[in-house]
Design a protein around this ligand. Structure first.
Ligand SMILES: Cc1ncc(COP(=O)(O)O)c(C=O)c1O
Length: 386
C-alpha cells in the first residue's frame, strides 16, 4: 500500500472522529487480503460466469431495445427473486441509481425539504448518517433492542419526520420481522412520519424476503425503500441502487433524481435482469450456503480464544462482527495491517457514540475462500499472540 493512498484518505486515526468507514475500506482496496468493505468480491459461480461471457450480447441488447423495457424487466426480475411481489411497477416509482448511496443522497435531499429530524437505527453503516447530516438533518439514535422490542415512544414519533431503519442491519445482521414492520408502519402512519428502509443486505437472508411492499402499502404509511444489487453479485461494482417510494410519499424524489441522473446504463439493467434470474434459479441458495460456510469457518478458527466472541450469533448477512474484550478494534486493525490484512474497526458504525464500537471488528465474508481463510488465520495468530 503506497504512502500516497494513505495521505489521500488522511486516516491517521482510523475509526477516530475524523475517519469514516469508506476511508478505511479505501486503504484495503489493493490488498489481496481485503476483508474490509461489504461489496461482493468472491469468484463468479458457473451460472454467473456464463452471464459475463454473454456481455457482448447484453451490450447489443442495450443498444437495440428501449431502455424502459429493459428497466421494467430488470426491476421485475430483481424484486421477484427477493420475494417483493407488491413492489410498485408504475413508472417513476422505482428510481434506478448507480449505487445505493446515490439513492440515499436523493432521499436525504428530498427529506431535507420538509423534515428536520430523523430517528436512525444505531449502529448502522456510517454513510447513511453522514448523508442525512450532510443535508442538514438532525439525527436521533434508535438503538436496536428497543427498535425490535416494544412500540416506539410516541414522544419520539412526535419529534421526528422520518424513521430510518437498515434491515438486515449492517454490521449486526438484525432483521425487522413482518410483525414488527407491520407495527412500525402503523405507528409511523398514525404520527405522519415517513418510514424509510435500507434493505441492501436482504438478499442474504430469507427472513428479510417477506413482501415488505405489501405490508407498507397496507398501512398507508408514507414510505421509501433503498434496494441494492451491489452487495450480492461479484460484478466489479457494476450495480444498481434503487430508490422505491410510496405514491403518497409527498417528497420531491423524482425531481431531485432528475437533478442528478437521467438514468442508468441499459447494459447494467440487462445484467441485473440476468443476475436476478440466475439468483431465482438457485443462485441465492448457493450464495446462502457459501456465506454460511464462511461464517462457520470464521467461528471455528476463532473458537476457544479467550475474550473473543461473536456478538451476532443469528446474523446471515455477508459480514461478521468479532468482539475482543481486551483490545480495541482499532488496535487489532493495526496489528492485522502488519500482515497486509484489512478488516474494519467498528467505531464509526456507532455514529452517535463511537465508543460503543471500541471492542469490535467487522470481517467481510463475500470473498473467495482461500484469501478469506488466510486472513482469518492471520487474525487468529494476532489474537493468540496477545
Ligand atoms: C447498509 C448499506 N447501505 C448502503 C451502502 C452503500 O452502498 P454503495 O457503496 O454501493 O453505495 C452500504 C455500503 O456498504 C451499506 O452497508
Amino acid at each position: 500500500m503506497s504512502g500516497m493512498l494513505r495521505d489521500k484518505t488522511d486516516v491517521r486515526a482510523p475509526g477516530g472522529d475524523s475517519g469514516n468507514l469508506t476511508q478505511l475500506e479505501f486503504l484495503a482496496l489493493n490488498s489481496e487480503f481485503n476483508i474490509a468493505d461489504g461489496h461482493a468480491r468472491q469468484a463468479l459461480t458457473a451460472g454467473q460466469s456464463k452471464i459475463v461471457e454473454d456481455l457482448p450480447l447484453l451490450f447489443a441488447e442495450g443498444e437495440k431495445r428501449p431502455v424502459e423495457e429493459l428497466e421494467t424487466e430488470a426491476h421485475a426480475a430483481f424484486f421477484t427473486a427477493l420475494g417483493q411481489h407488491s413492489y410498485p411497477a408504475t413508472p417513476g416509482r422505482v428510481l434506478s441509481c448507480y449505487s445505493s448511496s446515490v439513492a440515499m443522497e436523493i432521499l436525504s435531499r428530498a427529506l431535507a425539504e420538509t423534515v428536520e429530524s430523523v430517528a436512525l437505527v444505531h449502529p448502522t453503516f456510517d454513510n447513511i448518517a453522514d448523508l442525512l447530516r450532510g443535508n442538514g438533518l438532525k439525527l436521533v439514535p434508535l438503538e436496536e433492542d428497543p427498535l425490535h422490542g416494544a412500540d416506539l415512544d410516541p414522544a419520539l414519533l412526535k419529534s421526528v419526520g422520518c424513521v430510518f431503519i437498515t434491515t438486515p442491519n449492517n454490521p449486526t445482521g438484525r432483521v425487522v420481522s413482518k410483525e414488527r414492520l407491520t407495527r412500525l408502519a402503523e405507528q409511523c402512519a398514525e404520527y405522519g412520519v415517513v418510514l424509510a428502509l435500507d434493505t441492501c443486505f436482504r438478499g442474504f437472508d430469507t427472513r428479510a424476503q417477506y413482501d415488505h411492499y405489501e405490508v407498507l402499502n397496507a398501512s398507508g404509511v408514507r414510505w421509501a425503500v433503498i434496494e441494492d444489487t451491489g452487495k450480492l453479485w461479484p460484478t466489479l461494482d457494476l450495480k444498481v441502487g434503487m430508490l422505491v417510494h410510496a405514491e403518497n410519499l409527498g417528497l420531491p424524489v423524482e425531481k431531485i433524481y432528475s437533478d442528478i441522473l437521467l438514468g442508468v446504463s441499459p447494459l447494467l439493467l440487462a445484467m441485473v435482469r440476468r443476475f436476478s434470474e440466475d439468483a431465482a434459479n438457485g443462485g441465492l441458495e448457493d450464495l446462502h450456503r457459501f456465506i454460511a460456510g464462511h461464517r462457520a469457518m470464521v467461528r471455528a478458527e476463532l473458537a476457544g480464544l479467550p475474550g473473543v466472541s461473536v456478538p451476532d450469533p443469528d446474523s446471515r448477512a455477508s459480514v461478521e462482527r468479532v468482539r475482543i474484550d481486551d483490545l480495541t478494534g482499532t488496535q487489532v486493525w493495526a496489528l492485522l495491517r502488519e500482515h497486509n490484512v484489512y478488516a474494519l474497526p467498528c467505531r464509526p458504525f456507532h455514529w452517535a457514540d463511537h465508543s460503543q464500537g471500541d471492542h469490535t471488528l467487522r470481517l467481510a465474508l463475500a470473498r473467495s475462500t482461500d484469501p478469506l481463510t488466510r486472513s482469518v488465520r492471520a487474525l487468529r495468530h494476532v489474537l493468540s499472540s496477545r
